[in-house]
Design a protein around this ligand. Sequence first.
Ligand SMILES: [Zn+2]
Length: 407
Amino acid sequence: MIVFEYRAYGSPLQFAAVDEAIKVTQFIRNKALRHWMDHKGASKYDLNNLCKTLAAQYPFADHLNSMARQSASERAWSAIARFYDACKKKVKGKKGYPKFKKNVRSVEYKTSGWKLSEDRKGIKFTDGCGIGTLKLKGTRDLSHYQLAQFKRVRIVKKADGYSVQFCLDVDRRESLAATGKTVGLDVGLTSFYTDSTGHKEDNPRFLREAEPALKRLQRRASKKKPVRGQPASRNYLKARKRLARKHLKVSRQRKDHATKLARCVIRSHDLVAYEDLQIRNMVRNHHLARSISDASWYAFRVLLESYAKIYGRVVVAVPPQYTSVICSQCGCKVQKTLSTRTRRCPKCGYVADRDENAAMNILQRGLETLSTAGHAGSYAWGDSAATLSSYATPAQVESLNQESHGL
Ligand SMILES: [Zn+2]
């Protein structure tokens, strides 16, 4: 699956209709969740059936295309399934009990309820929501694809406008000569990553520059935050919008940078090993620089996994424990202080950059994992290595990021 995204152009009236469709999506999702909470053991099938009942009950729900209604209830189901999954795996701490949403930002159609224009530079929504024809602007030409390949169409509301995403059933694979090279990556705060050859990939400048600006905008918005129960002031809404736009801009730049980098790393190595960092812990971090770096790394990792699939390379996520403490040459443990950038092994005298040493450990661990698991094991060639394989197309990473920014 690949996702193409286009900026949507239309009248204010049309976008009001889009907002309405998004609200209906949210309504159905929350109703489906409520149904599951009230009826113990309700299945995905039950939630799908609920859509019909809701459409019969509420005229506004009936306006939305039936398949779009279903994909709204599927959203509830995927939250429920994630929760069940966490319970089954006995995840430590919170299991992620599904919550009601109050800020849904997209509506998703499947194969009906819309029609592409003749030149494929516009899309008409044909259900009762009254969205009409939206003009599309983007870099990809949709006329290269068969209509049967269009699996989903999504209208997404963003801080700076609306866009339409097309989810296409395309198996993108390109063959590439083997390079004979392997690499381990260690993520850091000071540099984007350090690899096992000692190369440090710097954080892009826009990230360093964005941080103070983001902090400033954040401060302004929180100063104007209304007291509980009071209506929000216009200035507060404006400040929040400014902050959201800045976040969106940075996330676009970040995605662009990460995409180029990931493609390059994958193309120039046969195997890439990196730490299997826990995303849960990362997201909970409140330190701005840290959380920006975590988010970038998360996106980067998803990209690495999807490019590995495309180019037939191997990616291995290894457990991160002790990678920075163990000496990569003799294997002895040395408690290091964080301040020393270089480390010297007291046993074998090996001197190396701290992060480079960690990257070498990561690579070693990656190779070990592969040899013990066997190639058909849990870390197969590019296919199942992705713990996040459901997101594993480059274009989807962006939508994933951008869904998470406030308006
Ligand atoms: Zn040593």
